[in-house]
Design a protein around this ligand. Structure first.
Ligand code: DSN
Length: 415
């Protein structure tokens, strides 16, 4: 076992890895961007491929000795294209943020106007946050969501007509409605902007038809591979053939050096898994489970931004209760549930405190959770929220046990 190999050299790190395994096994993971890879994906990422430099593209490398690496990367590229029905794929980006950065490098120049969803409304750092390269080097015009948690497409159009962006970004880190890619394309066309869709969160839903695809519309589609897609941590850029050469150059030598070929092998394995019938059933269940969790929370009297979810994610809105996302995420952790504090639209609290908690179903669904389990998860959350101002250790212990019972029902990495 690899852990024994690690232990021989570094018992301290081995012990911490084992503790992390135990944490993952014994808590309910509701962080919407996390998931559990298969053992095959994980094994591929820990191989001799980590030893190899391979700058360039398959069969056009700057180093020798790439005959095996080339075939592996080619498999990953072909599988990504097939899964998403894409004209071109670059599987080298180290992360989603790097995938987005490469699109910026190719499509716009510093100082150009770019539109993206505001981070506090559910966007992503790399869609124009003032503390990120995207906000530091480009003129960002942000759009948000209305009180129902929905993108106001008319407002997006007005902003686009007024500011004439070169690039419009759609896609989010915390958005529970279906994204109308066609509408975004119409707006982009009206002002002559490129359209980039960041599908990092909904990649599995797009791949399996659980969410409409941006592919007929977007010039560039970026994704991570480790969220709903259930692969290793990393990114992919897909685009129309006419942008292929430019995007490839933007990734290398534009923003990266040697690609992580061990991670690319793991991406290839994950993409193969994602092309299976089992994965289709998984993606369907992700949505069913998210809907069941949202319903359970609302049945318990809690507010959900937009009154439910159409995908894998939702935000618990704590404003009515005068509670903060920070406190509730902390009490949930004590109750055996991991989630993250998150702003709600027009949040009166700072991003460090927030009035919301983001909840997602992808990881729990991988374990095997079904709708009735998500209903129980909703009840545990509601009870934890109720006692969050008390020091009711007994109740907390009971909630922790209920979470543990669900984890034991669906063992993780046990066989
Ligand atoms: N950090 C990711 C998320 O949690 O959604 C986005 O990159």
């Amino acid at each position: 076992m690899e852990i024994e190999t690690i232990r021989k050299t570094d018992p301290e790190v081995a012990e911490l890895i084992e503790k992390e395994l135990e944490r993952q096994q014994n808590t309910i993971e509701l962080i919407a961007s996390e998931n559990f890879t298969s053992k095959a994906v994980m094994a591929a990422s820990g191989t001799v491929l980590t030893n190899k430099y391979a700058e360039g593209k398959p069969y056009k490398r700057f180093y020798n000795g790439c005959e095996n690496i080339d075939k592996i990367e080619e498999l990953a590229v072909e599988r990504a294209k097939k899964l998403f029905n894409a004209e071109h794929a670059n599987v080298q980006p180290h992360s989603g943020a790097q995938a987005n950065m490469a699109v910026f490098l190719y499509a716009v120049k510093p100082g150009d106007t770019v539109m993206g969803m505001d981070l506090s409304n559910g966007g992503h750092l790399s869609h124009g946050s003032s503390v990120n390269f995207s906000g530091l080097y480009f003129n960002i015009v942000s759009y948000g969501v209305n009180s129902q948690g929905e993108i106001d497409y008319e407002n997006v159009r007005e902003l686009a007509l007024k500011h004439k962006p070169k690039l419009i970004i759609c896609g989010a880190s915390n958005y529970s409605k279906i994204i109308d890619f066609k509408k975004f394309k119409e707006i982009a066309d009206e002002v002559g902007a490129y359209l980039m869709a960041d599908i990092a969160h909904i990649a599995a839903l797009v791949a399996t038809g659980e969410h409409p695809s941006p592919f007929p519309y977007a010039d560039f589609v970026t994704t991570t591979t480790h969220k709903t897609l259930r692969g290793p941590r990393g990114g992919i850029i897909m685009c129309k053939e006419k942008h292929a050469q430019g995007i490839d150059k933007a990734v290398f030598p534009g923003i990266q050096g040697g690609p992580l070929e061990h991670i690319i092998a793991a991406k290839a394995v994950a993409l193969k898994e994602a092309l299976s019938e089992d994965f289709k059933a998984y993606a369907k269940q992700v949505v069913l489970n998210a809907k069941a969790l949202a319903q359970s929370l609302m049945d318990e009297g809690l507010d959900i931004v937009g009154n439910g979810t159409e995908n894998h994610v939702m935000t618990l809105d704590l404003r009515k209760l005068n509670k903060t996302g920070k406190d509730i995420a902390n009490i949930l952790e004590k109750a055996g549930i991991t989630a993250n504090k998150n702003t709600v639209p027009n949040d009166p609290q700072s991003p460090f405190v927030t009035s919301g908690v983001r909840l997602g179903s992808p990881a729990a669904t991988t374990r095997g959770f079904k709708e009735e389990d998500m209903k129980e998860v909703g009840k545990i959350i509601a009870e934890a929220v109720k006692i969050s101002d008390t020091n009711d250790e007994e109740k907390l212990k009971e909630l922790r046990q209920r979470s543990l019972n669900l984890c034991k029902k669906y063992p993780l990495y046990k066989d």
